[in-house]
Design a protein around this ligand. Structure first.
Ligand SMILES: *Cc1c(COP(=O)(O)O)cnc(C)c1O
Length: 462
């Protein structure tokens, strides 16, 4: 039976496959072909004659199919129809077309990243986004590293290596994945000194814990959870006063990175400038959460603390590249011009009222009623989420397109949507597929409509 297997060389000369080699290169085609032949060889070895014949008959189609799939980029654009605005699994904040174009330009050319054009000599990368951020926040200093976790690590290592950091027991939190305050603190070389209790920590608890070993007080924004009921925590101003009188810096890990207050009902989320005004010596936050920019960790605060962070050799290991700085600078330009509410996608999505989403949902429902006979479609009230671990208990009123398929459950339809091009990510609840247009750009609605029709049809065909 094995003798019926063609050789790799024979196959590569087959005119059916030469196009594949030309388009994708010999290496990939060879690798996939060897794998298919191995599978066929196993069938031959097992004496499975029909299986072998099938494999040989399908060889051309399988090869083309697998080579095409192997050659697709693995990181692809998806449509986020979940209504979770800052969705960490879906790449958090999308950039505006203008910001994305700035990234493309800087990425594909040389730039004045560390070059002073006026003086004609080596310049400073701080002159770009960091300088703009400093102006915007009215902060003495700013620093940009890879993400907020890196900013916290750098801050603690710089300010408190080998010494104690006071943290309330109610703030020893896990932010998601592997970012846990006690662990990042240990990795920074600082020692954790726990203060107060899970639900109640008073100013007096901090005061009692301050001693010669104290290097900093760390306040962590409980961004992704809430403790309710019998609770107490000193407000920022009180804590700042205590830190000042004790001569230790107050660091606030804020995470969400809000530059301008959110509209109701999410208006309780604190802003970076508010924390600086409230007396924090250093605030750390993410670039790709509520700020709506690229993945980055930003630090803003006192000049001394920021300069010490920059001098730390860890800064060199954690700093960002030109593409991040280009994106961040483009987004900050929008904030500077008071244009962020309209041009930064995350800000625009967060500000959408339920009425605006409902109008779009109704129009999409009408369009979908043509050409998707297997779908039952309705528009219902619902809630979107801010996401990114911000204001976790606040839902944004929205309108949802609710879909049921005549021949399959919602999980099948959701899977078909994920398998489409572009993949569409939806919510499934109450036996329905729910589509929230808050997180879909209007320009993407035609693509969404086609994807919904195609998925419904694929499910109907079984
Ligand atoms: C999200 C968050 C972080 C981690 O931010 P990354 O940019 O994802 O590293 C740290 N601290 C707080 C309070 C957060 O909300």
């Amino acid at each position: 039976m094995r003798r019926r297997l063609p050789s790799v060389d024979q196959l590569l000369q087959d005119p059916r496959f030469s196009g594949l080699v030309e388009r994708h290169g010999r290496g990939v085609v060879l690798r996939v072909l060897r794998r298919l032949l191995d599978a066929a060889r196993e069938r031959a070895a097992a004496g499975d004659e029909t299986g072998l014949q099938e494999a040989l008959d399908r060889l051309g189609a399988d090869l083309a199919d697998r080579v095409e799939r192997a050659r697709r980029p693995s990181l692809v654009r998806v449509l986020n129809a979940t209504g979770v605005v800052v969705h960490t699994n879906l790449g958090r904040a999308p950039l505006s077309p203008v910001a994305a174009a700035r990234v493309a330009e800087i990425a594909s050319s040389y730039s004045n990243l560390e070059y002073d054009l006026a003086a004609g000599e080596r310049g400073d990368r701080e002159a770009h986004a960091e300088a703009r951020l400093r102006e915007l926040l009215g902060a003495e200093g700013t620093v940009v590293v890879n993400n907020c976790a890196a900013a916290v690590l750098l801050a603690l290592n710089t300010l408190a290596e080998g010494r104690e950091v006071l943290v309330s027991r109610g703030e020893l939190v896990e932010i998601g994945g592997s970012f846990r305050i006690p662990e990042i603190l240990r990795k920074s070389g600082a020692r954790l000194r726990e203060v107060g209790t899970t639900n109640r920590t008073r100013l007096a608890d901090y005061r009692a814990a301050i001693g010669p070993e104290t290097a900093a007080i760390l306040r962590v924004h409980p961004s992704n959870f809430r403790i309710v009921g019998f609770t107490e925590a000193p407000d920022l101003a009180e804590l700042a006063e205590l830190a000042r009188s004790a001569g230790v810096p107050l660091v606030e890990d804020q995470g969400s990175g809000l530059l301008e207050p959110l509209p109701e009902p999410a208006h309780t989320e604190p802003t970076v400038a508010g924390s600086l005004r409230g007396g924090a010596d250093l605030v750390t936050f993410s670039g790709d959460k509520l700020l709506g920019g690229p993945q980055a960790g930003l630090g803003a605060g006192r000049r001394g603390a920021i300069e010490a962070m920059r001098r730390n050799p860890l800064y060199r290991a954690l700093r960002v590249d030109k593409m991040t700085l280009a994106a961040l600078d483009a987004v900050l330009l929008d904030y500077e011009a008071d244009a962020a509410a309209a041009s930064v996608p995350v800000r625009r999505m967060l500000a959408l009222g339920a009425e605006a989403v409902r109008d779009r949902a109704r129009a999409l429902a009408d369009a979908l009623a043509n050409g998707a006979p297997s779908l039952a479609i309705s528009v219902q009230d619902g809630e979107s989420a801010v996401g990114g671990g911000a204001v976790p208990t606040v839902g944004l009123p929205t309108a949802l397109l609710a879909l049921t398929h005549s021949s399959a459950g919602p999980d099948r339809l959701a899977a078909a949507l994920r398998a489409g091009e572009p993949p569409v990510i939806v919510r499934v609840a109450d036996d329905r597929v729910l589509v929230d247009l808050r997180t879909v750009e209007p320009a993407d609605e035609p693509a969404l409509l086609l994807a919904l029709r195609a998925a419904a049809e694929r499910v109907a065909r079984g």
